[in-house]
Design a protein around this ligand. Structure first.
Ligand SMILES: Cc1cc2nc3c(=O)[nH]c(=O)nc-3n(C[C@H](O)[C@H](O)[C@H](O)COP(=O)(O)OP(=O)(O)OC[C@H]3O[C@@H](n4cnc5c(N)ncnc54)[C@H](O)[C@@H]3O)c2cc1C
Length: 381
């Protein structure tokens, strides 16, 4: 990277683009975020990030095993308190980050044993894992149905409110000097020789720059000249239902096999979520809402009287192996930061830090080889 590099374009104003912008501006670079959609002041735009449930479930995710993604999630969770403190100080906005814990419940003994087995490596590695039998889990969450036989509980996993986070992170970035250009749609990266030299917008405008970060979520591999294979990132639709329960029904986040519940301080309760490979078809569906409500009622029968507020759907950026694409692609000044699938909110702080390291000649805080963007090129055989 030449020392004269100052102007960076970040494509996408979701949580990953904003996290990258914040980290880059802290290094003294001049950042413009280009966002296709409107950036409304409360962060409730149509983007994936505001649609999320806001579970910072690093240990929940790590039930899939001790692998590079689990370690990335845990490293990002470590960074969250300081990251949020800085964003809150800069923006003056509360993002409702609560260390309420996450309980993964089971409804039969074999499933409970399997969960305990899956979490065993975490306890050995020094992370807090609570094993709860039926009495233990009902003592913490009395509203759970009788057929819940136990849980593994991660007291150090958190929850956050994504729309509030988006509003705060954008305000913090703007106050730190980041420029937002919206609505503006990038068609392709402009590459001169072997360098990224800017982007082309759909109205024909060329915006020159010294570097470009692709953080366009599910739409990332639709942008030209990124070196990503077509289809490297696919949308995975997720539906969420928002209930109003008045007095809190559950204390912390609860995840079961077929739904999760994530409470809010003001008496709302989010019920999520589907994972559907239906392209970019927008909106919640009758069957999605029915399935989630059925699962939620089975899990917490007291929800029968809850008020139904609304339902929505967003797109998770999915890759072929469900791991993010973070790194360089052989074009000088071009960095990819996308494909965070179901953990983009959780992974925002560490992704921002990695992007900043890559564009300032620093050492990324973790080994990013497993997340190499071009590993996802589909076989042409
Ligand atoms: C229902 C649901 C629940 C979820 N729950 C959680 C959770 O509990 N915890 C968690 O960590 N994660 C969760 N996620 C996942 C998380 O929301 C995503 O991983 C994250 O939002 C990805 O962020 P992003 O910034 O990469 O993408 P996005 O938020 O999708 O942002 C990409 C942005 O790029 C813009 N863009 C696209 N193309 C262009 C272009 N050509 N030019 C300009 N701009 C462009 C888009 O308009 C968009 O604003 C959930 C997702 C869903 C859908």
């Amino acid at each position: 990277m030449p020392p004269a590099m100052t102007a960076v374009l970040v494509i996408g104003g979701g949580i990953i683009g904003c996290a990258a912008a914040l980290a880059l501006t802290a290094k003294g670079l001049q950042i413009t975020v280009i966002e296709r959609g409107p950036l409304d002041p409360v962060g409730r735009g149509p983007q994936g990030s505001s649609a999320a449930a806001g579970i910072l479930g690093a240990q929940l995710e790590a039930l899939h095993g001790d692998n590079p993604l689990s370690r990335l999630c845990l490293s990002s969770r470590d960074r969250y308190p300081a990251w949020i403190a800085a964003i809150t100080a800069q923006s003056g906005l509360d993002v409702e980050m609560r260390p309420a814990g996450v309980a993964r419940v089971a409804t039969d003994t074999a499933s409970l044993r399997a969960l305990e087995h899956a979490a065993a490596w975490q306890a050995i590695a020094g992370y807090r894992v609570e094993h709860l039998d039926a009495a233990g889990v009902h003592a913490i969450e009395p509203a759970l149905a009788d057929h819940v036989v136990g849980a593994v509980r991660f007291a150090d996993d958190h929850r956050i409110d994504p729309p509030a986070l988006m509003a705060a992170v954008r305000l913090a970035a703007a106050r730190a000097g980041v420029t937002f250009r919206s609505p503006a749609t990038v068609t392709r990266v402009v590459v001169r020789g072997d360098r990224a030299a800017g982007v082309l917008l759909d109205d024909g405008t060329v915006i020159p720059a010294d570097a470009v970060v692709i953080a366009a979520g599910s739409w990332s591999s639709l942008i030209g000249e990124t070196s990503l294979a077509p289809g490297a990132v696919q949308p995975a639709r997720g539906q969420i239902i928002e209930l109003h329960v008045g007095a809190p029904v559950v204390r912390g986040v609860i995840e079961a096999a077929d739904c999760y519940l994530s409470p809010r301080d003001d008496g709302r309760l989010l019920v999520g979520s589907t994972v559907e490979l239906v392209g970019f078809r927008e909106g919640a569906t009758v069957s999605g809402v029915r399935d989630l409500l059925t699962a939620a009622l089975r899990l917490v029968p007291a929800l029968h009287d809850a008020r139904l507020n609304r339902a929505w759907a967003g797109f998770r950026p999915k890759t072929h192996d469900d791991m993010p694409l973070i790194g360089t692609v052989g074009i000088e000044g071009l960095v990819i930061a996308t494909g965070h699938f179901r953990n983009g909110v959780l992974l925002a702080p560490i992704t921002g830090e990695i992007v900043a390291a890559l564009l300032t000649g620093g050492e990324p805080p973790v080994d990013i080889a497993p997340f190499a963007p071009r590993r996802s090129a589909p076989s042409r055989a």
